[in-house]
Design a protein around this ligand. Structure first.
Ligand code: G3H
Ligand code: 13P
Ligand code: ZN
Length: 331
């Protein structure tokens, strides 16, 4: 085995796919590809097993913070291992994309591409329109000759985006999208239509429904850039079952609220072809770890609580693919 560590590697050598073809098929087939975030081995296993079992294409998402946590060299081999595991142990050759979530600079995007990512997001949404265009275009110019896909963002989501917290959201302005897409050359566009990051998306009174997403803005965007791949961030439903489990077993989560599943199902019928989910996975894992440790206070073998947490996450992923995103059976 080679001991070289410094050379750049193409995602193709790792067995990964970019997202271009996947998005085309998803728009035509009226479903969305899941973008699931991971930080550790159990989450990665659960995402791959859940998607292999439901025969769904998958976008493995890594934030800048997750990359630092898991180590970028290790990540490269984890992604390669994930492809091999799907093939060898599950007889599945589902397309697997390794994607940088909320890339904050050209340098972060370049580093991920050099480390084998097949897709990167450059999030210039907090910049001026011109600065967002400039940095996004620079990333596209580095990514496209390497056949790596690029996601840009217009509009600001409320909540926390990779250590940057925005108190106020601003919806994407449909007047901006055509020019942004043309001048940058991006492959997909993340938009803001009312979703937000984290477990506290809407302030609603008990029994009240959260406000519907702004499908009128989405329709106007689709009219301006017909057939162009659209991405929804902040799309966890903040599954009440897991919030209740966390609270039952010693946690304290108050005032949580997510995007209802019917809103997401409706979005998949449009040009929305990628839906990002991180918080729901975190909740499922935490709920199960809390339950096991509360019921077995003498337990100290991590496999005995991380294993059940992984099983719960597999169930959640299969549910999302089959019942919400419609990606099951589309690999
Ligand atoms: O959109 C943000 C993702 O949920 C990643 O979060 O930066 O805490 O890893 P993180
Ligand atoms: P959630 O916090 O709703 O899971 O959103 C995750 C996300 O958008 C990752 O980019
Ligand atoms: Zn996001």
């Amino acid at each position: 085995m080679s001991t070289k560590t410094s050379d750049a590697v193409s995602y193709k050598e790792l067995g990964l796919s970019n997202s271009r073809e996947l998005f085309k098929k998803a728009i035509d087939g009226k479903y969305a590809i899941p973008g699931y975030n991971f930080n550790n081995m159990e989450q990665l296993q659960a995402i791959i097993i859940g998607c292999a079992k439901s025969n769904s294409p998958v976008i493995l998402q890594v934030s800048k913070g997750a990359r630092k946590y898991a180590n970028s060299t290790l990540l490269r081999y984890m992604a390669m291992g994930a492809v091999q595991m799907a093939l060898k142990d599950y007889g599945s050759n589902i397309p697997i994309v390794l994607h940088l979530d909320h890339g904050d600079s050209f340098e972060t995007c370049k580093s991920c591409i050099d480390y084998g990512f097949s897709s990167v997001m450059i999030d210039g949404s907090a910049l001026s329109f011109e600065d967002n265009i400039a940095v996004t275009k620079k990333v596209v110019e580095y990514a496209h000759p390497r056949d790596v896909s690029v996601e840009g963002e217009l509009g600001v989501l409320a909540g926390i985006e990779d250590e940057v917290s925005h108190e106020k959201s601003s919806y994407t302005n449909p007047d901006d999208v055509e020019e942004f897409v043309k001048r940058t050359g991006v492959d997909s566009l993340a938009i803001s239509i009312g979703t937000s990051h984290g477990a506290f998306k809407f302030k609603v009174k008990p029994g009240e429904k959260p406000p519907p997403l702004r499908f009128d803005i989405l329709e106007e965007i689709e009219r301006r850039i017909p057939g162009f791949p659209i991405v929804l961030h902040g799309s966890s439903s903040v599954i009440p079952k897991y919030v209740d489990m966390i609270n039952e077993y010693g946690g304290k989560l108050e005032g949580t609220c997510g995007v209802p599943e019917d809103q997401l199902r409706k979005a998949t019928k449009s040009a929305v072809c990628k839906i990002n989910i991180d918080s729901d996975g975190r909740l499922a894992v935490t709920a199960m770890i809390r339950k096991v440790l509360a019921e077995q206070p003498g337990q100290f073998d991590p496999r005995k609580y991380l294993g059940p947490a992984r099983e719960e996450l597999i169930k959640m992923i299969i549910h999302k693919n089959e019942e919400v995103l419609g990606s099951a059976g589309k690999a």
